[in-house]
Ligand binder design. Sequence first.
Ligand SMILES: [Zn+2]
Length: 218
Amino acid sequence: MIEENENLQVNEIESAREIAQTAQSLFRRGYSFGTAGNISVRVGERILVSPTNSSFEDLTEHSLSVVDLTGKFLEGPAPSKETHFHIALYEQRPEIRAVVHLHSTYATAVSCLPVTDPNDALPVFTPYFAMRIPCLPVVPYLRPGHRGLADSVRQAARLSPAMLLKNHGPITSGKTLREASALAEELEEQAKLYFLLRGSGEVLTSEQIAELRETSRS
Ligand SMILES: [Zn+2]
């Protein structure tokens, strides 16, 4: 049973509802399971984040933790032990308003493969992946909750709104929660394609990728 937080500010309630709906939707559709993953939204100088040992399945607008921009606990239940890398992303990219971290199966499987390019872990098979994810950096392994992860995540965030924690799982971020969540889903599907194709898929050429990224910018 998660402790309830009835102290959200008025301007945070809509974001809290959106977090709960997104988390439940990700759980229902198999992107999250058990107590895996965490999710946060920045509202002004405060960050609403899923609590430690919580499941996306039963997250509600009343069950969120609140921390400040330094990660200091403010109210509600104890925040996820992985909150420090959410903070690192908000620090590094001030435009970011939402962060989603999953242990989704296929993206996590990619994170367990030997690293051939630490700045880009997946080949590009489809246009929307190319347009939404400029590259997929791999953050070197540290145990979950290790403070050093925040530094590596900050570096990776300079390159891309999506990354993989080595042998752990994906992190995505966006200007809205919808954007961060859609990126997490896009990444999971691309990772699934990668394994379905077993090395026999034809990737987009660098010219095709450049054209897509150019067009999506304009
Ligand atoms: Zn994790």
